[in-house]
Design a binder for this molecule. Structure first.
Ligand code: NAD
Length: 444
């Protein structure tokens, strides 16, 4: 049915796209309370974190798309050559058709709505598949979002791995997946059956190098905020710190200071610290608490799926906490002797989604940037680069492929059609390219 709606051409109209985007913005405004409650119910997310990382980011994305829609949709003129001098060459941004967007549970609103904005702006019909793990947000998306969108063009489909597997058997014109590298491979294999183009927004372990030439308290504030935001369940959170033994000793009291300032003496009672999404992840994280030596935190409460903001020191590269993406409020510190060893450590592993480096010496930051690779890089800060719609967001290697946010989303969901319109006259000129070639070649 959605394909039929696409074939009518209605989603291609600028007016239709703008109306749907406005309506999407209205959905965010009208249901702010339901969305806050759902995010709190799923992840114990504070209103501030829900606003900052989900609702306001989505609203900004809608506003940006509405402001720029006409410009983004315009054909892009390009230069011609000698043989096409009297023709017009341009790139037409046309929609792919029917798009499937699959989202994870950790930012269940943001990671559904942000790509949806790009897909609508580019003129596609969309099937949305939220995560079954963030049940409260899934319910709001399934029950309320369709009331705001043209239901012949946009649909929410519910379910877990099995239902998603069924969905993936269908032929979509584009698939946008956010989730784990493991499921990313399943999605890519399913897309390959139909040669469907895809974006994969995946995860991994994001390194954070801390140079000796730093103010430990400033670094600790920034690292702790980004590590414990959303209870550490953030794809771009710093996963582990690489620093010297000396810096480790200076960082631990500074991290303790930051944690106490952010979450109080007993973080379990803090309204600002989230909870682990489900029992399975809670148990997985508890298993990681035995690595290295607990320097801060380490407590947990199964009834609340609470894990204290934790710092592990003297962690070895071979321990379980260094084998998988942590995705929880645990920060291992791994010691290295110097910058070269840190860079070598990073480059021995899969390319991360994000890479962080802290130093008062800009040359050190530049070296880390120049000698490593990652989807994104942030010097002397945490994931603030994600808040800029002027930067493309995405991974590289096992952390993903493709980019989105702002204009990059519009381009991702558009087929960049190469067009050349020649004039029907001036046929004499074409004699230059027609056979017989021999006399012509002598003139070239
Ligand atoms: P996941 O891969 O388990 O699930 C993501 C989606 O895939 C869900 O909608 C789920 O229903 C579906 N799914 C699960 N198993 C499936 C299967 N076998 N076949 C088909 N579909 C299936 O990921 P998650 O646990 O929801 O999210 C955590 C992961 O997502 C982490 O690795 C994290 O780094 C990554 N992530 C990446 C980004 C990014 O922007 N790059 C953002 C958030 C999370």
């Amino acid at each position: 049915m959605l394909k039929e709606a696409f074939n009518t051409g209605k989603t291609k109209m600028a007016k239709f796209r703008a109306e749907q985007l406005e309506s999407l913005g209205q959905f965010l405004q009208d249901n702010s309370k339901q969305l806050h409650d759902a995010l709190d119910g799923d992840l114990g997310k504070s209103a501030f974190e829900s606003d900052m990382s989900e609702i306001i980011l989505c609203q900004n994305e809608v506003d940006l798309a509405l402001k720029n829609l006409q410009t983004w949709m315009k054909d892009e003129s390009v230069s011609t050559n000698f043989l096409t001098k009297f023709s017009s060459a341009f790139i037409r941004k046309e929609p792919f058709g029917l798009v499937l967007i699959i989202a994870p549970w950790n930012y269940p609103l943001n990671l559904m709505i942000m790509p949806l904005v790009g897909a609508i702006a580019a003129g596609n019909c969309v099937v949305l598949k939220p995560s079954e793990m963030s049940k409260n947000t899934e319910k709001v998306l399934a029950e309320l979002l369709p009331q705001y969108l043209d239901q012949s063009c946009f649909a929410v489909v519910l379910g877990g791995p099995e239902e998603t597997g069924q969905l993936l058997k269908h032929k979509f014109d584009y698939i946008f997946f956010t989730g784990s590298p493991r499921v990313g491979k399943i999605v890519m294999a399913a897309a390959a059956k139909h040669l469907t183009p895809i974006t994969l927004e995946l995860g991994g372990k994001n390194p954070c190098y801390v140079d000796d030439n730093c103010d430990p308290q400033t670094v600790a504030n920034r690292v702790a905020w980004f590590r414990y935001f959303n209870a550490g369940q953030t794809c771009v959170a710093p996963d582990y710190v690489l620093c010297s033994q000396e810096m480790q000793e200076r960082l631990v009291p500074a991290l303790q200071n930051a944690i106490t300032r952010f979450y109080g003496d007993n973080p379990q009672t803090s309204p600002n610290l989230g909870r682990i999404i489900n029992q399975k992840h809670f148990e997985r994280l508890q298993g990681l608490l035995g690595c290295g030596r607990v320097a801060i935190g380490g407590q947990s409460d199964e009834g609340e799926r609470y894990i204290a903001p934790t710092v592990l020191v003297d962690v070895q590269e071979t321990e379980p906490v260094m084998q998988e993406e942590i995705f929880g409020p645990i920060l291992p510190l791994v010691t290295v002797r110097n910058l070269d060893e840190a860079i070598e450590f990073i480059n021995r592993r899969e390319k991360p989604l994000a890479l962080y480096a802290y130093s008062n010496n800009v040359e050190v930051i530049k070296q880390v940037l120049a000698r490593t690779s990652s989807g994104s890089f942030c010097g002397n800060d945490g994931f603030m680069h994600m808040t800029l719609s002027s930067l493309p967001f995405g991974g590289v290697g096992s952390s993903g492929m493709g980019r989105y946010h702002g204009k990059f989303s519009f381009d991702t969901f558009s087929n960049q059609r190469a067009c050349l319109l020649s004039c029907s006259g001036m046929e004499k000129l074409n004699d230059l390219r027609y056979p017989p070639y021999s006399p012509r070649r002598q003139q070239l």
